[in-house]
Design a protein. Structure first.
Length: 297
C-alpha cells in the first residue's frame, strides 16, 4: 500500500452513464496488470441501479429495468460479482485496483479482507465499529457484508483480470437505508415473478441503514474555523455530510500507509484513460452484459 494512489471522484456527479466508473475501473485494472500503479478509486453516481449478472437473468429483468428507467434511474449490469445495488450521492463507492502477485493469485478472500480492513478503520474514525458477516434480508448479501448493530451499510464484490484485480465496495453513507431496500425489493418483485425463490435475495426493509443513521450522525455537521476533524477533513465553515466524512476517513487511512518513495514510483507509471477510451469501454461492457438501452433521464 506504500505506493497506492488515490483517485477521488466523489465530487464528480455529472456522469449520466451508470457504467462510466466501472469502465474506468476496467481500464485502470488493465494498466495495473501491465506495470501501472495500484489505485484506490472513490466515486459516487447521481442516480443508478446496478444489477449483478444473476439478476439480469431473472425472467422479468427487462421489465423491471424499464420500470426503473421510467423513473429516471439509469440501469446497468456490472462485471463484478454480487447482486443488485442502488446508487445515489449518499453512496460512496470504493475500488481497490491492484496488480496480482503470484502468491495472491487465488487468495480472493485475502483481497476481501484487505477492503474490509480499510473500511473498518475508516468507519472507526467517524465513530462506528463495523462487523463482518452476512446480514439476512439485506440486498447484495454475502459473507463480507459490513454492518453496525446488525444492519448492513456495505457490500463487497470483486472483478479479476489475468494480471490484476478490482475489489469494489458500496458504502451507504447518507440517507435512508430502508428506502433503498424498498427500491431493491420492488425491483425483485417485478423481475423475479415466477422464479425460484433461491434465485434472488428476499430483501427486508429493516436490513439496511446508512452510516449517518447507524452512528447517530444523521444531521449534517458544520465546520467553522481552521483545522481538521478526526477523519482528516479540513474545516471550511461549510456543512459536511457523512459521504464526505467517510471518503475523507478512507483517504486518511490510506495516506497513513503511503511513503514518499512509493508514491513517486507510482506517479511515474500513472496514465489516466482518456474520456473517449472510457466511453468506448462502457459501450463494450453494455454490449457484453446486455441492457444497453436502459438509461435514466
Amino acid at each position: 500500500m506504500s505506493g497506492l494512489l488515490i483517485l477521488d471522484r466523489t465530487d464528480s456527479l455529472d456522469a449520466t452513464d451508470p457504467l462510466y466508473a466501472f469502465a474506468l475501473d476496467e481500464l485502470l485494472c488493465r494498466a495495473a496488470g501491465d506495470g501501472g500503479p495500484a489505485i484506490c478509486h472513490l466515486w459516487r453516481h447521481p442516480r443508478a441501479f446496478v444489477m449483478g449478472l444473476r439478476d439480469s437473468r431473472l425472467p422479468h429483468a427487462r421489465e423491471a429495468a424499464g420500470w426503473l428507467a421510467g423513473q429516471g434511474i439509469g440501469v446497468a449490469v456490472r462485471n463484478s460479482g454480487g447482486a443488485a445495488v442502488p446508487l445515489d450521492p449518499g453512496v460512496v463507492n470504493l475500488s481497490l485496483i491492484l496488480p496480482k502477485g503470484q502468491a495472491e493469485d487465488m487468495a480472493y478472500r485475502d483481497d476481501f479482507e484487505r477492503m474490509y480492513d480499510l473500511i473498518r478503520q475508516a468507519v472507526r474514525r467517524i465513530g462506528g465499529e463495523a462487523a463482518k458477516g452476512e446480514i439476512v434480508g439485506s440486498y447484495c448479501p454475502g459473507d463480507f457484508d459490513l454492518s453496525i448493530a446488525g444492519r448492513k451499510f456495505c457490500g463487497i464484490a470483486q472483478r479479476r483480470q489475468v494480471k490484476a484485480y478490482i475489489v469494489q465496495a458500496f458504502v451507504i453513507a447518507e440517507g435512508d437505508g430502508a428506502a433503498r431496500a424498498g427500491l431493491v425489493r420492488e425491483f425483485y418483485r417485478i423481475a423475479a415473478e415466477g422464479a425460484d425463490s433461491a434465485a434472488y435475495p428476499a430483501v427486508a426493509m429493516d436490513s439496511m441503514a446508512s452510516l449517518a443513521e447507524l452512528t447517530g450522525s444523521g444531521r449534517r455537521l458544520t465546520h467553522g474555523g481552521a483545522g481538521t476533524d478526526a477523519a482528516g477533513s479540513v474545516d471550511t465553515g461549510r456543512p459536511v455530510g457523512m459521504a464526505t466524512r467517510f471518503a475523507d476517513a478512507v483517504k486518511a487511512v490510506l495516506r497513513g500507509r503511503q511513503t514518499p518513495a512509493g508514491i513517486a514510483t507510482a506517479e511515474a507509471s500513472l496514465r489516466l484513460p482518456a474520456p473517449e477510451e472510457i466511453a468506448a469501454m462502457a459501450d463494450a461492457l453494455r454490449t457484453r452484459y446486455g441492457f444497453g438501452s436502459q438509461r435514466g433521464t
